[in-house]
Structure formats: C-alpha cells, structure tokens
Design a protein around this ligand. Structure first.
Ligand code: HEC
Length: 124
C-alpha cells in the first residue's frame, strides 16, 4: 500500500483509521516487549559484570552506551570496538593503569569479553 492510498483511506474513514493505527501501535509495543524479553541471559550477565560486579567496576573508567557507562579514565569502548580476545586479555592481564582482574572466574571473563565485543560490534 503506498502512502497516497493510506492518506486517502485516513480521510475517508477517520474512525476506522484511528482504530487501525491504535492496533498497529499495540502490535509494535508488543514486538518491542518480546525483543526485550528475548535478550539473551549472557548479555544481561555481561552488563551486570560491567556495571557493578567487578572491583573496581569497568563502568568507573570506561564509556559503554549499552551499559549506560560514562567513565573517561580508559578509552571509550564504543569507539574502540575491541574484539572478544582483546577484552579478555585486558581483563586478565591488565593494561597501563587498568588493573588485572584476578578475582574473576574464566566464565566471568568470557561473559565480559562476549558482552563488550557484542554490544560494540567488535569481532567475537
Ligand atoms: C581503573 C580504571 C579502569 C577500570 C576499572 C577498567 N579499565 Fe579497562 N582500561 C583502562 C585504561 C586506562 C585503559 C587503556 C590502557 C592503555 O592502553 O594504556 C583500558 C583499556 C581497556 C581495553 C582496551 C585494551 C586494549 O587492548 O587496548 C579494554 C577492552 C578494557 N579496558 C576493558 C575493561 C573491562 C571489561 C573492565 C572491567 C572488568 C575494565 N576495562 C576496567 C582503565 C580501566
């Protein structure tokens, strides 16, 4: 259906049109809800690790839009777009003033690496 046709329909049947757009909006928000519910568990786990579950938290020093983090001591990960291996290396060994996170389990390091590379578009 092209937009001229839509406008025409809207003018001729305003009530029906309102109903239709309300239904469309409902469907859209339903789809939005589903997409949110379908967010993988490991993304949530990675975000929690990033925001608060490490000491100090990654978010204190790094900017990462997905996590709402705006730290400026380290590079912005949104711009760096590190691949998973680069994240894991930095977290395991430390780099520059960034400390090594010895207390994290391998699973946590992997979760962080997948999360950061995933949400920034870096290679997995
Ligand atoms: C105390 C501040 C601080 C904390 C906390 C911190 N970082 Fe960093 N991070 C830095 C700094 C500074 C650099 C840049 C180091 C350099 O290149 O000399 C960096 C670099 C990085 C890099 C890029 C590494 C590379 O190869 O260039 C990644 C990825 C990274 N951090 C991820 C994380 C993650 C994930 C966490 C949480 C586990 C974290 N950082 C916690 C300060 C921090």
């Amino acid at each position: 259906m092209d937009s001229t046709l839509l406008r025409h329909a809207a003018r001729r049947h305003p009530a029906r049109w309102r109903l239709l757009s309300a239904a469309a909006a409902g469907l859209l928000s339903l789809a939005g809800g589903l997409a949110c519910a379908a967010e993988p568990k490991d993304v949530e786990a990675g975000r929690t690790l990033f925001m608060q579950a490490t000491t100090p938290a990654c978010a204190v020093c790094h900017t990462l839009a997905d996590a709402g983090a705006a730290g400026t001591i380290g590079p912005s990960l949104d711009e760096l777009k590190p691949d998973a291996n680069r994240v894991a290396q930095a977290v395991r060994n430390g780099i520059g003033v960034m400390p090594a996170f010895d207390a994290l389990s391998d699973a946590d390091v992997q979760a962080l690496a997948k999360y950061v590379s995933g949400v920034t578009g870096g290679a997995q």
